[in-house]
Write a protein that binds this ligand. Structure first.
Ligand code: GDP
Length: 314
């Protein structure tokens, strides 16, 4: 496995952060750029909350809560509990006491006129990250979920308040038509030797990234391996609503349908050994264990993916 390749990873939160961690353990940080979904972001209690950016940042900094896969380890929730008990504020969205420091600092930087890219760079450097952590865009492109029971919901209302139980009818990326790629994301992709799409939720975490104006065209114009890793193992999602959403959209819960979702963008697919092969697909694919329970699992998947892609050139 060559250590001199520049790799760009498109990802969401918890599932994506696992592969990010595996890659960061085997490659120099300077070779890695993580382009993170910001469709989940929202203003809440006067603060800009960026759940996926923070999950990836805390994971790479070794600070993430290992039980949850997000939030900070050893955190408490006194501020939120006090907000509720003193002032009756509905605290449905969990924000830890230590975690609040990140939201306060980011919001302050944004209010002083910094872009989200600049703010994220400052936060991640302060926490010791070598890899580049980039929001998918500097514009706000909130994901809106049209549900059967409750009409249109903001992403966090759907995901956290209603625990992704309402049936999903469709998804909208508000403002995407007026959005643009940042210079940093464009440059990283144009210089990449390989692009990976992490095993993140294709509909909720990766589609918002693909919806940034210019992203699809740029990805399809690249002449390098663009490889997705399956988030579906054995007909189910490891965690979260990916399988439920596929069923609600009338799709069979298969890795082949995940690969189909990325048609035109990817030229390689990392399938799980427990899944059916992709069949007569034109796509290059490999079957390996993609379940990442331990740090070794994360490193092995990262290594297997890179070694496989490198063998294409042989
Ligand atoms: P979120 O933004 O926090 O929901 O996280 P992501 O979108 O990045 O990841 C959610 C997806 O990750 C789900 O579809 C899971 O099935 C998938 N996932 C989580 N852990 C694993 C794992 O160990 N292996 C694989 N292959 N997929 C995983």
């Amino acid at each position: 496995m060559a250590l001199d390749k520049d790799i760009v990873v498109l990802l969401g939160g918890v599932g994506g952060a696992k592969l990010a961690s595996g890659l960061a353990q085997i490659l120099p940080g300077q070779r890695l750029t993580f382009v993170v979904n910001t469709g989940d972001d929202f203003w809440h209690l006067g603060l800009r909350i960026c759940p996926d950016l923070d999950t990836v940042m805390y994971t790479l900094a070794g600070l993430v809560n290992p039980d949850l896969g997000w939030g900070l380890k050893g955190d408490s929730a006194v501020a939120l509990e006090t907000l509720n008990s003193f002032y009756g504020v509905d605290t449905w969205f969990r924000l830890g006491d230590k975690d609040l420091a990140t939201h306060l600092q980011r919001s302050q930087l944004l209010r002083c006129g910094r872009s989200l890219t600049e703010a994220t760079g400052r936060l991640s450097k302060s926490l010791g990250l070598d890899a580049a952590l980039l929001p998918m865009s500097d514009e706000e492109i909130p994901t809106k979920i049209e549900t059967l029971e409750l009409g249109e919901l903001g992403f966090q209302e759907y995901f956290v308040k209603h625990r992704w139980q309402p049936a999903l009818k469709s998804i909208r990326h508000a403002g995407s038509e007026k959005s643009s790629l940042t210079t940093q994301v464009r440059s990283a992709l144009m210089a990449a030797d390989m692009v990976l799409i992490a095993p993140s939720n294709p509909w909720l975490s990766v589609a918002p990234i693909l919806a940034v104006k210019g992203m699809r065209d740029l990805l399809t114009s690249l002449d390098v391996p663009v490889v997705a890793v399956t988030p579906i193992i054995g007909g189910a999602a490891v965690k979260g609503p990916t399988a439920k959403i596929m069923s609600e959209l009338g799709q069979e819960v298969t890795a082949a349908n995940i690969a189909n979702f990325y048609t035109g963008i990817i030229n390689g697919f990392v399938n799980d050994s427990q899944n059916e092969p992709l069949g007569c697909s034109e796509l290059r694919s490999i079957q390996v264990n993609t379940l990442m329970k331990t740090e070794d699992d994360k490193k092995s998947l990262a290594r297997a993916t890179l070694d496989w892609v490198e063998s294409w050139g042989a």
